[in-house]
Design a protein. Sequence first.
Length: 180
Amino acid sequence: MLHQDIERILFTEDELRTRVAEMGAQIDQDYVDRKPLLISVLRGSFIFMADLVRSITRPCTVDFMAVSSYGAGVTSSGQVKIVKDLTEQIEGKDIIVVEDILDSGNTLHYLLQILQARHPASIRLCTLLDKPSRRIKPVEADYSGFSIPDEFVVGYGLDYAEQYRNLPYIGILKPCVYQK
């Protein structure tokens, strides 16, 4: 069972549901009379993105990108590559980039530069988790669910070696799992 690899639960299903609903309500307030395009950064953000979109009551559209900087490790390689690009043009659109976690900022710094060069009307960053103690690049979230300590977290879409995404909560992975 996946649960036995969890040291402790950081955020329960209820806590996640409540915070995501609050974030959706804030986006509703901020985008009155505008129709934002939410861009999910795959794969980690897919569960968060689905819940966030369901909590937004105003018209919005979605698209998906996949970028990679981790491989099977627990720290970023620092080299970012686009694995799947957007399917629609973003020029002149209000963009909200939806990410699971803001850690070193390397991936998001690169991604935001790429998207900004495509001339959207506006671009904001929405991240479920923020780990400011690990920040290397100057990236700040416009919408942030929770600030977390420097621990390796999984669940609710976040993984280790493509496992644990299906946990309904966010938990801290036992170090013995990834320090083999």
